[in-house]
Design a protein around this ligand. Structure first.
Ligand code: C2O
Ligand code: CU
Length: 434
């Protein structure tokens, strides 16, 4: 298939507002949902009809380095009018997404992204409906245009480019039609530049079955809230247990005192069945290599910087380099240089690696590793309940998190914050696998 990155106008905000000029794939936000089966080979030709360079990064996919879409690291940038053919095998089943890795702060904020679903080899999870919700927030002007100044210092040194208009699959539908007794597999994807979503379903009990595409022991999340930092995904099984004819608000309650209703689950007057089905919940695991913690290479990372970071840094240790133009964030005292990166670690192929990260800042950071999935081992010294596999892990302010993975995929792989304004102002590193 082909996807074309180009400017377009789409209806993000209802009438009487006008359409919003965006950049997107194939004229839609989100771009086409690509579906393949695990084990299949995917071939997508990117056609660049933008006025600037672009690429496609396949977020979360374990693919050959040359297909990873990082300009000047894994491929030359795709210039305006040029094409690039991405081709790789889908080794893992799950919910993934794609977006540019060139000027991504602006290109993703303007609407360039889409979902890639890799279906399980055998239909693995019985549900009535398989539904994707792409969550985004936009910073809009009164005229329903995107507010400019993507790289302003205030956003970069604080929580990033937070928006003022939230969308689900590129619009604000207000309602999502359901029926009592229905079981839905809901694939949640956070494509926002900066916003962390924390979805609450009131008296409904979401069961998390996969995180960042990878199956996890089915469980109800803490306080019933499904938290997704930028770049992160969660597959949940949601049983529609409400009464016919009623509405249940789905609320994003992540930021204290800033809750808002994302949409309502609107129940039809006719139930599908009286009680939720008794079908088993759970997914077959992906073929991920198990890290050997004893013999692992260990790497420590301390994040400092950002607004209000001085006191936390003093309390937790760490240092900060010079605040150069556009550098606000530091990893072990250094901000990523604007040009070529040097690897922070060089690993032998097959070597296990443990990375311990300490967030000595006042902000959340979703840290994303390319080309691999890692287990989240511990938070603040406490083992995690599910040792979940992820490609992006959200660090709270002052939090210490340990992850582990097997470096089985040769190449240079970025490891960066997915708050895209943080990525361009220092929080970007690279790991080399020989
Ligand atoms: Cu989704 Cu390096 O990014
Ligand atoms: Cu960050």
């Amino acid at each position: 298939m082909r996807v074309r990155a180009a400017p377009a106008s789409v209806r993000l905000v209802p009438e009487p507002h006008g359409e919003t000029p965006v950049w997107c794939y194939d004229g839609n936000v989100p771009g086409p949902e690509i579906r393949v089966r695990q084990g299949d080979r995917l071939r997508v030709v990117l056609d660049n009809a933008l006025g600037e360079d672009t690429t496609i990064h396949w977020h979360g996919l374990r693919l050959p380095n040359a297909m990873d879409g990082v300009p000047d690291v894994t491929q030359p940038p795709v210039h305006p009018g040029e094409t690039f053919a991405y081709e790789f095998d889908a080794v893992d089943a799950g919910t993934f997404w794609y977006h540019p890795h060139a000027n991504s702060l602006e290109q993703v904020a303007r609407g360039l992204y889409g979902v890639l679903v890799v279906e399980e080899r055998e239909p693995a999870l019985r549900v009535d409906r398989d539904v994707t919700w792409v969550l985004d927030d936009w910073r809009m002007t009164e005229d329903a245009a995107l507010a400019g100044r993507f790289d302003n210092a205030h956003d970069m040194s604080h929580g990033g480019r937070l928006g003022n208009w939230a969308t689900v699959n590129g619009s604000s539908p207000g309602e999502f039609a359901v029926r009592r007794g229905e079981r839905i597999r809901l694939r949640l994807v956070n494509t926002a530049n900066a916003r962390v979503f924390g979805l609450e379903f009131q008296d409904h009990r979401p069961q998390v079955v996969a995180l960042d595409g990878h199956p996890v022991a089915p469980h109800t999340p803490e306080r019933g809230r499904v938290v997704l930092g930028p770049g992160m995904r969660a597959d949940i099984v949601l049983d529609m247990t409400g009464e016919p004819g009623t509405k249940t608000p789905v609320v994003d309650a992540f930021y204290r005192n800033r809750e808002y209703r994302l949409l309502d689950l609107a129940y039809a007057s006719e139930p599908l069945r009286d009680e939720p089905p008794a079908w088993p919940v759970g997914l077959p695991r992906n073929p991920l290599p198990e890290p050997d913690l004893e013999g692992a290479f260990r790497h420590e990372m301390m994040f400092t910087g950002g607004a209000m970071g001085g006191a936390i840094m003093a309390e937790m240790g760490g240092s900060m380099g010079a605040v150069g133009p556009g550098s606000f964030w530091f990893v072990n005292g250094e901000a990523a240089p604007p040009g070529a990166l040097e690897p922070i670690a060089t690993l032998r192929r097959g070597q296990s690696c443990v990375i311990a990260m300490t967030n000595a800042t006042a902000w959340h950071h979703p840290m994303h590793l390319h080309g691999h999935a890692f287990r989240v081992l511990s938070r603040n010294g406490k083992p995690t309940a599910h040792r979940e596999w992820r490609d992006t892990v959200l660090l709270d302010p002052r939090e210490r998190v340990e992850i582990a993975f097997v470096a089985d995929n040769p190449g240079d792989w970025l490891f960066h914050c997915h708050v895209l304004g943080h990525q361009v102002s220092g929080m970007k590193d690279m790991i080399r696998v020989l």
